[in-house]
Ligand binder design. Sequence first.
Ligand code: BGC
Length: 454
Amino acid sequence: MIRNKRPANARTGPALTRAAEACLRALSSSVLPVLPVLMLMALSIGAVQAQSFGPAATGGSLQVLHWWTSASERQAINVVVNQLARQDIQWRDVAIPGGAGMGAAKVLKSMVLANRAPEVTQLNGVVFAEWADLGLLLELDNVAVPGNWEKQMFPTVWSLINNHGHVVAAPLGIHRINSLLYNTAIFKRYNLTPPRTWEEFDQIVEKLKGTGIVPLAQSAEAWQLATLFENLALAESGPAYYRRLFVDMSPAAFLDARMLHILKRLRGLAAAMPQPVRERPWTEVARSMVSGEAAMMIMGDWARGELNAWGMVVDQQFGCAPAPGTGEYHLYSTDTLAMFAGNYAHQAMQETLAQITMSPAVQSEYNRIKGSIPVLRTPDPHMDRCARDSWRTFSKGPAFQAPSLVHRMATDDTTKDAIVAEVQRFFLDRTITEEQTQKRLAAIARTLSRNRND
Ligand code: BGC
């Protein structure tokens, strides 16, 4: 049993010589004034490495920072909380509201800088590497190696949670961001079928004209607008072009005619949205779709989990389909828990939590409630129609997968935030032309990718 194992091979990550350089890369300008604090912290954590460790703790609690605050998110995470409780470990909640973790990322940064890092955090995406290179994350090889994680999980997830050959996070599930949800009563009344392309989507908008029904429920929150933007980017030219944009940060890709088309389409979609498009949480957007105010919404499949939590059933009150033009692809985001190193009194409990996340029973139950799919290669027999489609598409492999920009799967936080803000600015301010935005996005790509490679 992992929790009784002596944490003799406790590690905090690669050599601290790399920490200073990683520090500079990881920190945005907003935290530069406190750089020395973080440097000191990384060094003091390094010092713990040399200590000898006592026997593993039996019982206790773990503070967990996350942004799962909606009904379904709560229910899903309770699957993990209850399993932990059975091991006599209490989950102490630090829940920061705000879809896509926009607020949580900032709170996490300040907690770390104040030397009050939680023991565990929801930490999605490529940012692991930054934290791990600072020596801040506990390596979970003690659990991952005997648990044979590499063979059990999808290779994409395995490489995401690996940093220089060490596992630095425990994965919970895979979300599909290119998900379209629709109101079945409206679709039936107007004899509509889920749009497979954006041209078919336009035809639905035409048919709904004059009915008082808003075709597309949408929020003006930056990350929700950027969700639409990344869906359009994937639909435009598939995963290869998508990766040139958001993974490679190629200025030429941003200056391509295809980007112009994506931006035109994004702006054009405003006519299909509620007027004015207000900033509201994704749960409210979902509410407006199932209430019949709007016909469709495009959102990560946690929205399906939420509708289930509200007592609605797929193919009864609502339907699901891939977002237009993306049926062959999987725009993905992976939910993961990373553990902060620094206090080895918690290590046994942190490892127990990691082990729980990968248990097939937990993977099945958690993801069924959450709307996502397990990270395991073996298909879960309890998946619904939408989850089965997500699983089938994801298992086709990297050529069909696109890492979500918004959910930090494609690039670092600073770059992501800059692009997301630019997209929102473009959408809200009609005096900014598509060409200007294209140039600004290319400039962001040029500047930030240069910084990264320096
Ligand atoms: C997370 C989901 C969460 C969603 C809405 C995403 O970034 O991966 O787990 O439900 O944000 O907040």
